[in-house]
Design a protein around this ligand. Structure first.
Ligand code: FE2
Length: 135
């Protein structure tokens, strides 16, 4: 890695970003393959006035708790990245790629916060309510 010798914290940032990306990929896969299809079933059932069979995971609260816990972990990873990088402010000596990396990490963080807000504050409470109404 360029700059790794002069700025050893960059190696830690790299490892943290890599781990966060892998965790989020797994998180999104679980949402797309397990939680969202079930929420879709709830929406359809409610629209048709039908009941939904108990899912293999028991209740929607279980995957939601897991997703919320993963959201917290992802937020913690970003806090660590911010601590390591002085709030993602590139040093004077930073080259263009370094500046682009920090700018993209800031965008990534903003997208992650939107994702967490939409799910924790809007989708998940609505899904819990829908399940109660269609059980
Ligand atoms: Fe999520």
């Amino acid at each position: 890695m360029r700059h790794g010798k002069e700025y050893p914290y960059l190696e830690t940032v790299f490892l943290e970003v890599k781990a966060l990306s892998q965790e989020l990929e797994s998180h999104l896969t679980k949402e797309e393959n397990i939680l969202f299809p079930y929420i879709r079933q709830l929406v359809i059932a409610q629209a048709r006035g039908q009941k939904v069979l108990k899912p293999p995971f028991g209740t929607v609260n279980n995957p939601i708790q897991m997703m919320e816990s993963e959201h917290t972990d992802a937020g913690d990873s970003f806090s660590h990245i911010r601590t390591l990088t002085g709030d993602l402010v590139p040093p004077e000596a930073a080259c263009t790629s370094w500046r682009v990396l920090y700018a993209q990490l800031l965008e990534f963080e903003a997208d992650l916060h939107t994702h967490i807000h939409l799910e924790n504050n809007l989708l998940f409470p609505r899904a819990i309510q829908l399940e109660l109404e269609t059980a």
